[in-house]
Design a protein around this ligand. Structure first.
Ligand SMILES: NC(=O)c1ccc[n+]([C@@H]2O[C@H](COP(=O)([O-])OP(=O)(O)OC[C@H]3O[C@@H](n4cnc5c(N)ncnc54)[C@H](OP(=O)(O)O)[C@@H]3O)[C@@H](O)[C@H]2O)c1
Length: 327
């Protein structure tokens, strides 16, 4: 996939930097939110697709374009959060403390002629987790967290869950697996020492069978996360069909679209293992609303958030009906 940069913007434009951006529901949802809830109806959204682990110059060209194009206001970044940060750190006038600590960014915006980078995921993944992880879950159950994929989201989720402010309501162990060893080493460097009460393990898992083996050691009442992008960014699942989920656990697929085989695998064991299965929909809503608030410099209060959530859900149901009809 060769990079196609957008044309010079002729109206306030917000970008979505990802892999298959035109397939995202946000393309239909954003105009509705902009017009009906957020009062930014003159704004438009455009996707910029970049291949996974692209070359440094691609990331720099995209950031350079947004930085110097007057009506290009900013962007939400997914999948490329770590690589874009590494390639473009010096191009930003300001990077927030989360971005600097995790060396990733998910939000590009401009203010007073300056280019700003924020890592919103430690906040937005936390807001999403709060919708399905009951308060006191870790204290009551002493479960672990098993995350497949050591990318930007895995770092953000781990740093959210291991916060000192949660005192003893924290997982006793967070196990992160990844295909490449570099990402694991990087994750270890960034997460080490964030909370002495949480034991971190970083393990290379190249095949689904490797992840199956590691999953079989995870205790009951844990949180199992697919943060690899497999099922959306690339086909497949990090687990095989022979995997066995721990009982009474929470299962989180970070994506809500694609051929989510990981969710199907969990569904097959849902009743027998008493699993709670969650997709990435809430993460999606929190992620987008937080970034839009930053890029357009607006306040999205609880009332506006609820309206955004309602419009998005209506859109999702409509899309599901259309998909069902076209099958
Ligand atoms: N719902 C939402 O709003 C939302 C929000 C955030 C993220 N997401 C989604 O969550 C996914 C992860 O996001 P991210 O930003 O963390 O992406 P990322 O930085 O690309 O991380 C993915 C990681 O998974 C690893 N991986 C790939 N295949 C693997 C396998 N078979 N076994 C183990 N590890 C494997 C990759 O390692 P290698 O180094 O080996 O390639 C990479 O480190 C993306 O699909 C993203 O779109 C959704």
């Amino acid at each position: 996939m060769s990079l196609i940069l957008p044309e010079k913007a002729t109206q306030p434009t917000f970008y979505f930097i990802g892999v298959t951006t035109n397939e995202s529901s946000i393309m239909n949802i954003f105009p509705k939110w902009a017009k009906e809830v957020l009062e930014i109806s003159n704004a438009t959204i455009k996707g910029i697709d970049i291949e996974i682990r692209a070359k440094k110059d691609d990331y720099r060209d995209v950031v350079d374009f947004i930085k110097y194009d007057d009506l290009s206001l900013g962007a939400l970044v997914t999948t490329h959060k770590l690589d874009l940060f590494e390639a473009c750190e010096d191009m930003f006038d300001y990077l927030d403390p989360h971005a600097l600590r995790l060396r990733e960014l998910s939000c590009i915006s401009k203010k007073d002629g300056q280019l700003l980078g924020h890592a919103k995921d430690p906040i937005t993944s936390g807001l999403a987790l709060e919708t399905f992880v009951p308060k006191g879950f870790w204290l009551k159950n002493s479960g672990d967290v098993f995350i497949m994929g050591a990318g930007g989201s895995a770092l953000a989720i781990s740093s959210y869950l291991a916060q000192i402010k949660f005192q003893d309501d924290i997982p006793s162990k967070i196990v992160i697996t990844n295909r490449s060893i570099e990402r694991l080493k990087e994750a270890e460097r960034k997460l080490k020492g964030i909370n002495d009460k949480v034991a971190f393990e970083f393990i290379q898992a190249i095949t689904p069978e490797d992840n199956d083996r590691l999953l079989s050691r995870v205790k009951a009442c844990s949180l199992i996360i697919n943060a690899t992008g497999l099922g959306k960014d690339r086909p497949g699942s990090p687990l095989s069909d022979n995997s066995s989920f721990p009982a009474n656990s929470l299962v989180w697929e970070l994506n809500y679209r694609g051929d989510l085989i990981f969710i199907d695998q969990a569904q097959k064991q849902k009743v027998e293992k008493n699993l709670h299965i969650e997709d990435g929909w809430n993460y999606f809503i929190h992620g987008w609303t937080q970034v839009i608030a930053e890029v357009f410099d607006i306040d999205i209060d609880e009332d506006k958030f609820k309206k955004c959530e309602k419009f998005a859900m209506e859109m999702r149901q409509r899309e599901a009906r259309t998909d069902a009809l076209s099958c």
